[in-house]
Design a binder for this molecule. Structure first.
Ligand SMILES: *[C@@H]1O[C@H](CO)[C@@H](O)[C@H](O)[C@H]1NC(C)=O
Ligand SMILES: *[C@@H]1O[C@H](CO)[C@@H](O)[C@H](O)[C@H]1NC(C)=O
Length: 344
């Protein structure tokens, strides 16, 4: 397996743990410190453009799907022209970070597709995104590659596809009408799979450009940031619940990681989703396989999972294709706790 480096970008949530809530109150950060991790392990903090920058209508910025945004390409594509003010903004930001002893890691895409590309062809619902993303990534490598050595193509694709196209509670806000009546359009049974499929191909296209770009130094690395939960069985004595754990891991991690490592989706997902899951051609499979130098992990929390017997197969959707229920307490009432984190 070609996992060259596993880097963890850890988001430490300072939780106020209510002692009245459960029996598993073993949560403590004291055993963890810098020496719990290898010397070259990178710790960092993250910010995303939409969450931090503001300036919605300044500096030649145009709209993204999140404010009904983008800085560099007002029309959304390299061929539509480059907003030099946006490029200069990021060059200044990178210089300022380096001058202050901060090593910038760049995420090429953090959920903010230009509204223009969604209006034109439905952004990640269309394979047309692959070449637009390839051109955008190549532009970033050429402009910023001399100062940036750590690159991430996509931030948390699971959340992007599932919240945006299955539940509809984050941008794009698409889902089946029966999932959420606020969704104007969408199909929770097909679109999350299609979006992640095009996203994986766009990722692989960007990595191809990265590996042939002459501005990128030999020791630079590129990867993707995933956001898997960990899972434990609701009932430790139930084989069905143990199998549910395997399925939960396949859907949460394997969906995006298996294609990168093995060139294909996990068998469990293929079996559950059938022809609603797009398949890779041989050529695509080879392009996606090994298209990373590191896997970033944003780790938030864990859940118990139980096998779900009551799935309405006449209304397929990504979430219920997993045939499981997420729970905060297990069958004997124990709260998900640090114990489950340790097994990670
Ligand atoms: C989003 O922007 C497009 C134009 O780019 C516009 O047609 C559409 O109505 C906007 N949607 C909302 C919810 O404002
Ligand atoms: C619930 O979790 C606790 C702590 O991990 C474990 O000891 C117990 O066996 C679990 N109960 C069931 C029914 O799985």
């Amino acid at each position: 397996m070609a996992i060259k480096l596993i880097a963890l970008v850890i988001t430490l949530c300072v939780a106020s743990w209510d002692t009245a809530e459960g029996r598993s109150l073993r949560f403590s950060t004291t055993p963890l410190n810098r020496y719990s991790f290898p010397p070259h392990f990178d710790f960092g903090v993250a910010s995303s453009a939409y969450q931090y920058e503001g300036a919605v209508e300044e500096g030649g910025r145009s709209l993204s799907i999140w404010d009904n945004f983008t800085h560099e390409f007002p029309g959304g594509k390299v061929s539509d022209g480059v907003n030099q003010e946006g490029v200069q903004f990021y060059k200044n930001l990178i210089d300022e970070l380096i001058e202050n002893g901060i090593k910038p890691f760049v995420t090429i895409y953090h959920w903010d597709i230009p509204q223009a590309l969604d209006d034109e062809y439905g952004s990640f619902l269309s394979p047309r995104i692959i070449d637009d993303f390839r051109n955008y990534a190549r532009f970033c490598f050429q402009e910023f590659g001399d100062k940036i050595s750590m690159w991430t193509t996509f931030n948390e694709p699971y959340v992007y596809s599932v919240s945006g196209y299955d539940a509809g509670n984050k941008a794009m806000g698409r889902c089946s009408k029966w999932v959420n009546s606020l969704c104007i359009a969408g199909d929770s049974g097909t679109e999350p799979y299609l979006v992640s499929h095009n996203l994986l191909l766009a990722h692989a296209a960007a990595v191809e450009e990265f590996r042939k770009c002459d501005k990128i130094s030999q020791d630079s690395k590129i990867g993707i940031v995933l956001s898997p939960y960990w899972f434990e069985p609701y009932d430790i004595a139930s084989n069905a619940d143990k199998e549910a754990v395997e399925r939960a891991l396949a859907f949460n991690i394997g969906w995006h990681l298996s294609p990168l490592v093995f060139g294909d989706y996990p068998e469990t997902i293929k079996a559950s989703a059938g022809n609603r899951l797009p398949s890779f051609t041989k050529e695509q499979s080879m392009m996606v396989k090994n298209s990373f130098d590191f896997i970033g992990v944003n780790y938030y929390t864990a859940r118990f999972v139980a096998h779900d017997l009551h799935v309405d197969i006449s209304r397929p959707r990504f979430t219920t294709d997993q045939h499981l229920q997420y729970k905060l307490t297990n069958r004997s009432g124990d709260t998900i706790s640090l114990e489950s984190v340790r097994t990670l």
